[in-house]
Design a protein around this ligand. Sequence first.
Ligand SMILES: C[C@H](O)[C@H](O)[C@H]1CNC2=NC(N)=NC(=O)C2=N1
Length: 132
Amino acid sequence: MTVGQPLLVSEIPVPSVQYSETNPNRRLSEAEITQRLQQLSGWKLENQTLIYTHTFNNFIESVNFINCLVEPAEKLGHHPDISVSYNKVKISLTTHDQGGLTSLDFQLAETISNLINTFSETSGKQCTINPS
Ligand SMILES: C[C@H](O)[C@H](O)[C@H]1CNC2=NC(N)=NC(=O)C2=N1
């Protein structure tokens, strides 16, 4: 990754394999959620939803960051709910099909945390979506 260049999303660390399982779409128990949440910094739990709010410098950065979420979401086949208020982006993750949290939410949360860290370190503050 080159500072000043758009961030190539495919360079972002992929979700860890520690939660990979035969059925990542299985609804997790309360105990599993509590355990997994401990390893996820900055996210809070509200009504079977993982929530993360990040403050950027301005609206352009907020929108650019949301664009960075397209590729990982499409790759996982799992999509965040997003709200934007100028420089604040609120990301909510839950598995709508299951009516609760699954491994997919934790995988996506981890990816998003990695993305935010890398995004904030690059002066380009935008992502290039890998066409492949
Ligand atoms: C068919 C398709 O894969 C499903 O509808 C996926 C799409 N993305 C999704 N994203 C989220 N967050 N929850 C889902 O239940 C969900 N379902």
